[in-house]
Design a protein around this ligand. Sequence first.
Ligand code: AMP
Length: 456
Amino acid sequence: MCAIVGVFGAKKASTVAYYSLFAMQHRGQEATGISSANGEKIKLYKKRGMVADVFSQEALENLDGNCAVGHNRYSTAGSESQGDAQPVFAKYKLGEISVVHNGNLVNKQEVRNELIDKGAIFQTDMDTENIIHLIAKSQKDSLVDRIKDMLTKIEGAYCLAIQSRSKMFVIRDRYGIRPLSLGKLKDGGWIVASETCALDLVGAEFIRDVRPGEMLTFEEGKEPVSEQIFEPDYHPCAFEYIYFARPDSIIDGKNVYETRLAMGKQLAKETPADVDLVLPVPDSGVAAARGYAEGLGVPFEMGIVRNHYVGRTFIEPTQAIRDLKVKLKLSPIKHLIEGKRVAIIDDSLVRGTTSRQIVKMLKEAGAAEVHMRIAAPEIKFPCRYGIDTPTKAELISASHSVDKIAEKIGADSLGFLSIDGLVDALGRERTYSLVSFDGNYFAGGNADTPGCAGGC
Ligand code: AMP
């Protein structure tokens, strides 16, 4: 998951990067970092924690220069290391370099083994370290050629921003799996960010999405230069629309909120429920629940209150803590629910923990019937392209029928959106990455490929 930002040609580039990362906090809360370049030197500041807590005024002022790249790291179970924060900085033959990455490389281990055989040493599990090594070890004369050389050796999902002391390079993989948008800053300069909500916050004008397989080069006094490095084979990630991206973001021309509404409406067509009320699991199910309620013609209520001061459910690694966290996070409005037949909508069901807790909570609050509806298809395969899904063994839909899951979570009924219905809601004009649902690992790797060990 994770977020990246690259700012070039701006007076206070690190401050612009800071606000952008703040807008994209939902993409990763474990660690954050920014590096800046002033033509002579790259400076780096990164730490575990949230954007607003990590950076002080002083830290930002110290990050001088007109170019900055930044990163929010998504937490993965068990990883506690500050060393896993990005950007990753290195000194190498041609000078200094700093890299941020969003995605997951499927051939990481092969590349790493080869590098280790040749004597390379690694300090983290991160893909980004592979990228730095490949650039440093390339025999090409210029950084741009070394980057192109490195790109021939990595496979999988990546959005990259690479900074030297005076230039910035931005690359999106040929499948365009993770989102990346280009904007123009009002006071001069350019910004590239994982989501358009970052552009909106800093007042940048959206120019276009970075194209799949494209590299953009930013250099002082010049317009960005675009090069199509790979033939595009466009497969944007459906899960960005389902769960991950912020509802106000526009990914490749489609507003996330509207696609979620459409998924909810489609869900109502495919798996209606005879209920008095439709409730969302806040906040992830809100848009889909509105669509579902509209589709059924049943009232929509925010019948569950979310405590915003608790991190996302997945942050804690053990099952016991995960169970408690759902309760800490969500509580029902009893008088709305008592005696009612309710449909409760969430965006996705992974292990089934959230659903089980919520059904129990609603029944304890006096609901007469609880019908769970999921505005996504059954997740049967781990995504290896940058969404942090657990192993196949932990995915409840990989080994249980819908009826069996309904029984396990204690719901009176359970329904999922079909894959076809999801594609209808997203629009049929392009092919999406649906790997979690259909197991089509089109960009390489398979269910056993390591996921986002170093944050994706
Ligand atoms: P689970 O409780 O394991 O079934 O997970 C489902 C819940 O987690 C839903 O409420 C989703 O909004 C949320 N969710 C889905 N995918 C992810 C993810 N990759 N990281 C964090 N939360 C997720």
